[in-house]
Design a protein around this ligand. Sequence first.
Ligand code: SAM
Length: 278
Amino acid sequence: MPGTLYLVPTPIGNLGDISVRCRETLENADFIAAEDTRVTLKLLNHLGIKKSLVSYYEHNKAFKGEKIVDRILAGETCALVSDAGSPAISDPGEDLVKQCAEAGITVCAIPGPCAAITALSISGQATGRFCFEGFLSTAKKSRREHLDSLKKEQRTMIFYEAPHKLLNTLEDLRDAFGADRSISLCRELTKLHEEVVLTTLGEAVQRYTETPPKGEFVLVIAGAPQETTEVVPEADAAARVAQLIEAGLSRKDAVKQAAQELNLPKNTVYEIALKIPE
Ligand code: SAM
């Protein structure tokens, strides 16, 4: 009988955020797969848990993933943790979950700290519809393509960014979405210096040009405003009706045709046509 893969979220700053269920899962697992075993060891020491650790991170995940799957298939239970927050969310885990699912292994996610959701909930931006965009690529082409694809995005957008890349990213976001777009910079969440700065992209660039950013950031950006259907100026409709009348159409037919051409309600064009002198 195969074991289970548990995804165990860990605190993103405040150690008090580890839940009873996460703690029990770490205690009961046969082994823990960790992004950085040194970081996880500190957490385990804090919790008073002694457990066998294996490393599972970006550059060994293909090889280590198979070994972990084999152990779970042989009946062991694995708890997967990242350095902070939810595994598999801009962190190692996505591939392991897929490998386990394909091998018929039960994957159980324990809810808990996630920087994206924590930031969204206190951002002051619309939370009804949102999309998570993770880190922007550092490769120029894919970064530009990613930003281009979001120019018309109407949902609130969530980005992760490292402090030393923040200013450059804010400049690119400003260039893509405009200086007036609203942004919430959610910094040092759950930590002593937790802060939410609600401002515009233009002002954010200015702010962090003057004072270099410190700490960890989640960027929550308002979506694009809804596109309004193009309003045909009254003058266009009047000019077209006059033109059609001059060409020999009756006023009624001119209104009908202009309304069709300009995709406007007949009544609207009729009102406009009334103002045209006989
Ligand atoms: N899987 C993690 C999660 O779901 O919370 C995210 C891991 S990702 C490698 C790290 C990024 O998360 C940071 O660069 C930052 O954007 C964000 N982050 C993590 N902890 C944070 C905190 N305490 N305050 C603000 N942002 C944080």
